[in-house]
Design a protein around this ligand. Structure first.
Ligand SMILES: [Zn+2]
Ligand SMILES: [Zn+2]
Length: 61
């Protein structure tokens, strides 16, 4: 199962790197925090609930 996420906010096109805070719905729409808050933590595309995206762990080099 692929978990490829969009790398930018669907609302304002802000870049969402793995280290940035981002929120996703169950259909993997991605939103930055200001957009998610502005929409009441609801996905503007599909109406789903937005949850914080887990950050990919970075391994110490
Ligand atoms: Zn945004
Ligand atoms: Zn959505």
């Amino acid at each position: 199962m692929s978990l490829e996420m969009k790398s930018e906010c669907q609302g304002c096109a802000a870049p969402l790197g793995w280290q940035d805070e981002a929120l996703i719905c169950s259909y993997e729409c991605s939103w930055c925090r200001p957009c998610a808050d502005g929409d009441g933590m609801t996905c503007r595309n599909c109406g789903g609930e937005l949850v914080p995206r887990p950050r990919r762990e970075t391994r110490p080099s």
